[in-house]
Design a protein around this ligand. Sequence first.
Ligand code: FAD
Length: 440
Amino acid sequence: MAKTPGTALDNALDRVFTEDDFVRMFFDEYNLTELSPGRRREILRAIFAGHFGDYTNALPQQPPSLAKLREPFLENSSRLGYSFGDQLPAWAGLHEGNALPVLELEEVLRSMFWAGEVQNPLRYEWQNSLLQPVGGMDMLWRAFLKQSVPGNRTVADLVVLGRPVTAIESTGNSVTVAYEGGSEKADFCVSTMTPKQLAKVFRSADSNYAECLNKFDYIPSTKVGWQTKARFWEVGDGPLYQPGHEPIYGGISWMKTDWPTSLRQAFQAEKNGSPLTAEKIRELYAQADQPTRDRQWSTLISQIWYPSSGFHSQRGVLTAAYNRGREARVFGALSREDRISLALKGGEKLHPGYSNHVMQETALTVSWQGMPYFEGGWDNHTSRKPQTRPFYEKLNRQYNPHLNVYLAGDYMSYLPGWQEGSLGSAEIVVDLLCERVKST
Ligand SMILES: Cc1cc2nc3c(=O)[nH]c(=O)nc-3n(C[C@H](O)[C@H](O)[C@H](O)COP(=O)(O)OP(=O)(O)OC[C@H]3O[C@@H](n4cnc5c(N)ncnc54)[C@H](O)[C@@H]3O)c2cc1C
């Protein structure tokens, strides 16, 4: 994006934000119904393009006032885009293009696209990126580390890594935090570890408090990522304007899961009381034949994320699979090799020839539910679920602090799984501590 050089604001923005501060919204849903990529695109456009006005036709009773309201929608418009094929869409010269006809409401509804992730950019917690830190999200905590603290030091001088906390004891006047090989005593402790981890080590906590902490339930999350030899998604992988082959600049392709029957049955059995272990998942995978793995198990990748910066540079890094919930449990149970193999097959469904572009030796897979000191990706909305909400509220009202131990973290917010939630809860704790120290 062109910038006017020289102003203080420009200079500041140069340091903080990329030039690629726009991300094209891209949606494609690979769905195992018989829909062609072109049809999928038309349906997505129909959902976004305001054609709902045309669908008022489908209402059994039409109040007269509706006719007036519908007028703007009835014009012959190009909201849905143009047909592809022998001729170009609307362009220069005499290429007028063929505007697409309105889709039948039933087809749009039956696609179920409208009920899914397609709405994310309009949801409160999502929305399209406008700005992003140069160098990625890591730059946020790196910037915190550089801030000065009294004694000619920076925050980095206060941070100690690689010392897992093994016990917390508090009398109410002070707190002692023990780790392998030593301990520290302080007036207060602010804990950001996950609630169940804290419940295990906070020895002097009362049982009602521990009960609240143990109500938090974390959602599994698994990712696969790798570098690619070329940014094939940006140049498009077919003739220009061919649906399903248009260039992609940032955003996500969603994959709809067509669950393998054996897995569906196993999850159903779990609901009826027969636990589904990681070992059992591995067994089911081992029993599946290759065509079933390629066709169904590979759709468990859920999404592919494209980089939103460095457009048209030589190489790129793709999030090749990003699963949450049940899909993540399955991926997390599988070996690294099996996750990689499924991610390759899944990508192939969206981008024929995908495997040739991927540098498999750079593959990285992470399963948050399997990481030491984590329980999963993020808290599953303990603050909002009717059965757990009272425990969340009790922690906030009654137990922050409990015996001089304060709680901060995204789980202590209505925005779990978002940095905003963790920063908000940190602000609350800082305020509480300042008030307390000032009043003593
Ligand atoms: C896959 C994934 C994708 C995400 N995507 C986004 C996104 O796009 N946007 C967004 O805003 N947020 C995203 N998040 C959420 C974001 O990462 C969190 O909201 C944020 O990191 C939470 O910060 P926190 O300080 O509360 O906890 P954490 O960052 O989890 O910090 C807690 C720390 O406590 C440490 N710890 C635990 N136990 C002990 C112990 N016994 N001793 C010592 N240390 C311990 C842990 O190692 C960890 O470093 C994502 C999270 C995941 C997992």
